[in-house]
Design a protein around this ligand. Sequence first.
Ligand SMILES: Nc1ncnc2c1ncn2[C@@H]1O[C@H](COP(=O)(O)OP(=O)(O)OP(=O)(O)O)[C@@H](O)[C@H]1O
Ligand SMILES: [Mg+2]
Length: 138
Amino acid sequence: MTTSTRYRETIAVRLTSDIVLARSQTRALAARLGFGKADQTRLATAVSELTRNVIMYAGSGACQITDTSDAEFNRIEIEVEDHGPGIADIDMAVQDGFSTGASMGAGLPGTRRLMENFSLQSAPGLTQVSVSLSVRKT
Ligand SMILES: Nc1ncnc2c1ncn2[C@@H]1O[C@H](COP(=O)(O)OP(=O)(O)OP(=O)(O)O)[C@@H](O)[C@H]1O
Ligand SMILES: [Mg+2]
């Protein structure tokens, strides 16, 4: 029996250059899996926003990019986590315009709208955001 090893990469997130790398790796995987340009951009934007939050609010963390394709769909899952202070009020944090960083407050709600799945768990010491997007196989 053969087992196929699908793509999975974990990128340490500490510097702006790590955001750029996470973006480009996500976009490249999306292109290989047949995602159109608009979906590539959706995924790259989600990765940017989540990793930018890690740097802004937690200092450092990690971004895992995984090919979770199945027989019917090609799918990319992005999991971003950090060990920072956590999000005090998750319901507020996903509302448009809420920011504790004097910013736009658009990152999390925008990311949620761009993705098919969005899950956010946060407590002091561990924040995990997981998103995914799929495209039907042709
Ligand atoms: N990884 C995180 N750790 C702790 N708090 C976070 C984290 N990510 C988001 N938050 C909190 O959730 C709020 C909303 O995040 P969101 O990305 O939507 O907006 P923003 O970062 O404030 O502004 P924008 O992304 O538009 O520049 C942040 O202001 C911050 O309080
Ligand atoms: Mg943000």
